[in-house]
Structures are given as structure tokens and as C-alpha cells.
Ligand binder design. Structure first.
Ligand code: G3P
Ligand code: CA
Length: 356
């Protein structure tokens, strides 16, 4: 899975995961983490539906339409992947590139970098607003081929890129009008890349969270990142400086560089700053034609970490599941995860309601 240039930078560093944590004074135990009274955070104890980029199985990812649909389909939390613009706005995009989900190459053909990519950080919000957002595609010459063939057609309708603040206002507005309490699940994308470009994305994201009332472990938010260095910095430096401390989730990939974080020692270090982990589903059940579960969930639960694996897709099933219901049964009932990132919030909610 491509997590963007910043993620690649992180992977090259992650082999020093444990060494770094010890060097920065995080060789402590889970008891050093700000304690969370999980009885007060009742939603943590139920099976959570986390809408991955919205109801992205049905509408182009991260559009307001996809987020509203996810809300209506019963999601408990709705995800925002976050990157920054040239003029320091925080926008909701999975990659810090614009070229896999927009018509940027048609509107601004001369604005690619030498690598041929169009970086969100090279465009102002006003410029980005001029772009049409499409269903995710792979480009072959001038042909845009959909990544998921059965989903919303590419180059149809009139979707736009949204800011993080706009999306929070949508969810908080719906919470007011419906009486529900749906949370947000922002991911800080490529913090090392942003820093190299002169931008502190984490400080910006935290300020927006604080401005909108997400300040404590009891608030309806999980803040996620693949980069352990950045989560450490947030926990140790930014939270005290900004007078806030929201739940943190360490994302974990299948790349070999994450292996040290998956050991007992590594997981214990993660538990010193994070409240949960977001592993690839293949770190929970091994890829293959039969179900072979790892002990990751049990070991995480022993450390009081919630486990929210990604990504559950009806149209991209692992070899060990014959259908989407079976996939959910394996993870919720056999393995016991606390929630899942899914492109199909409706099917996931239906399963949970039918299998309480
Ligand atoms: O953040 C959980 C999951 O979304 C991680 O994968 O690449 O879709 O952001 P990605
Ligand atoms: Ca994400």
C-alpha cells in the first residue's frame, strides 16, 4: 500500500523504532500514558464502524457527499486524511498529491514537479477549489482507469476538495440536527514531508481540533498517524504546550520496518504514548486461504490498547473470507477487534446490529 512520500521516509527510519523511543525517554511503561477512564468513553467499548474516507465504496473518497452518506449509514466515526496547502490550509485528501483523485493535470498542466506529480502543497486553497474530485483512478497516458471498477464512475458529477474545518462542521452539524454523537478520526499524513516543506502539520491539526472542542481523551476523536516519531512529539511536546490530550492511534503497516513495533517490547513502547493501534488487517489475520490469526489483538488488549484494523472492503476480500459478512465475523467474533475501518459503513453497521 502506498502511503505517500512521507510514509516512505518514515519506513526507512522505522527500523530504529525502538532505539528512538528509548533515546527520547519513552522507555517507560504504559502507566506513563495519560490514564483514560474507558467506562466514561463508552463508545470505545462497543464495536466501532469507522468510515474509511467516508462511504468510499459508493462515492468518491473524502467528498462531503461520501461523508454525509457515511453518517446516514450509521458510522460511529468518520475518517479524514489530512494534508496542507501552499497557504497553510488543512484539507482532506488521502495523498499529498492531487493527481490520483482530481483533474489537476487538466486544469494546471504546467504545475507538476520534476517527478511528474502534482503536490497539494504547491497549490493555494483557492486553486484547489477549482479542481473536480473524481473516484480514485490510475492514469495511463490520458486514460483514467478506476482503481475499484464497480464503484462510482470516474469523471462524473461535481465534487470538490474540502477543508478539515468544513468537514468537522458537517459532522458536528449533523450531530446537532440528529442528536447522534458521531466522532471524527483524522490522520496526519506525511508529517516529515510537511516539515521538509517548512510546515508543521501536526500543530495546525491540533489547533483546529482544539478550536472545534476536541481537547480531551473523552472527546469524540481518535488522532492517527503512521509516523511514531510524530505521535511521540505530539504526546510529549505538543499536547502539554497546547493544553490538550486527545486519544492517539499508532497505525501499523505490513512493511518489514514495522516489525519491531509489533514485538512485545515495541508494543509496550507504543502503549506509553498511544491509546490504540490501527494495524493492517493482515497483521491481525495472516494473508492466505485459511484463517490464521496472530496474537496482536490479545497482546494489544493486555496493554489497554484498542485495536482498529484497516481496510474492510466488500469488493476487495482477503483470500480467507468468502464474503464480507464472513470477514466481519472473523474479525469481530473470532479475533475480537474493537472496530474496523471500512469503505462500506452500511454493511458493517448491519452486521454489528445483527450480531451484538
Ligand atoms: O488510517 C487507516 C487507514 O486509512 C490507513 O491506510 O492508506 O487508507 O490511510 P490509508
Ligand atoms: Ca487513513
Amino acid at each position: 500500500m502506498n502511503h505517500g512520500a512521507g510514509h516512505v521516509m518514515m519506513i526507512t527510519k522505522t527500523s530504529a523504532f525502538l532505539a528512538f523511543l528509548f533515546l527520547c525517554g519513552c522507555a517507560a511503561t504504559v502507566n506513563d500514558r495519560v490514564p483514560v477512564d474507558k467506562d466514561r468513553v463508552a463508545s470505545w467499548n462497543s464495536k466501532l464502524v469507522i468510515a474509511h474516507r467516508g462511504a468510499s465504496g459508493y462515492l468518491p473518497e473524502h467528498t462531503i457527499a461520501a461523508k454525509a452518506m457515511a453518517y446516514a449509514q450509521g458510522a460511529d466515526y468518520i475518517e479524514q486524511d489530512l494534508v496542507m496547502t501552499k497557504d497553510d490550509e488543512v484539507v482532506v485528501l488521502h495523498d499529498h498529491y492531487l493527481d490520483t483523485v482530481t483533474n489537476v493535470s487538466d486544469v494546471f498542466p504546467s504545475r507538476a514537479r520534476q517527478d511528474g506529480r502534482f503536490y497539494a502543497i504547491d497549490f493555494t486553497l483557492t486553486e484547489i477549489r477549482q479542481l473536480a474530485v473524481y473516484e480514485r483512478f490510475a492514469k495511463d497516458g490520458s486514460t483514467k482507469t478506476p482503481v475499484y471498477k464497480g464503484r462510482f464512475p470516474v469523471e462524473k458529477s461535481t465534487f470538490r476538495v474540502n477543508t478539515f474545518a468544513e468537514e468537522i462542521e458537517l459532522i458536528q452539524g449533523l450531530n446537532k440536527s440528529t442528536g447522534r454523537t458521531v466522532g471524527i478520526y483524522p490522520e496526519i499524513k506525511s508529517p516529515a514531508f510537511h516539515r521538509a516543506e517548512g510546515k508543521d502539520i501536526s500543530a495546525k491539526v491540533l489547533q483546529i481540533l482544539k478550536d472545534y472542542g476536541y481537547k480531551t481523551k473523552q472527546d469524540l476523536v481518535f488522532l492517527q498517524c503512521f509516523d511514531p516519531y510524530e505521535l511521540q512529539r505530539i504526546h510529549q511536546q505538543l499536547f502539554p504546550e497546547m493544553g490538550m490530550a486527545v486519544p492517539l492511534v499508532q497505525l501499523l503497516g505490513t512493511d518489514p520496518q514495522f516489525e519491531s513495533a509489533l514485538t512485545d517490547e515495541g508494543l509496550s513502547q507504543v502503549a506509553a504514548y498511544a491509546d490504540g493501534i490501527g494495524p493492517s488487517l493482515y497483521l491481525v489475520v495472516k494473508p492466505g486461504s485459511s484463517v490464521v490469526a496472530t496474537d496482536l489483538v490479545d497482546r494489544a488488549h493486555e496493554l489497554d490498547l484498542v485495536v482498529h484494523p484497516y481496510t474492510f472492503r466488500r469488493d476487495q476480500l482477503p483470500g480467507f473470507a468468502d464474503d464480507y459478512q464472513q470477514l466481519l465475523r472473523i474479525f469481530f467474533e473470532d479475533v475480537g477487534v474493537d472496530g474496523v475501518f471500512t469503505d462500506f459503513p452500511d454493511l458493517t453497521k448491519e452486521f454489528i446490529v445483527s450480531n451484538p
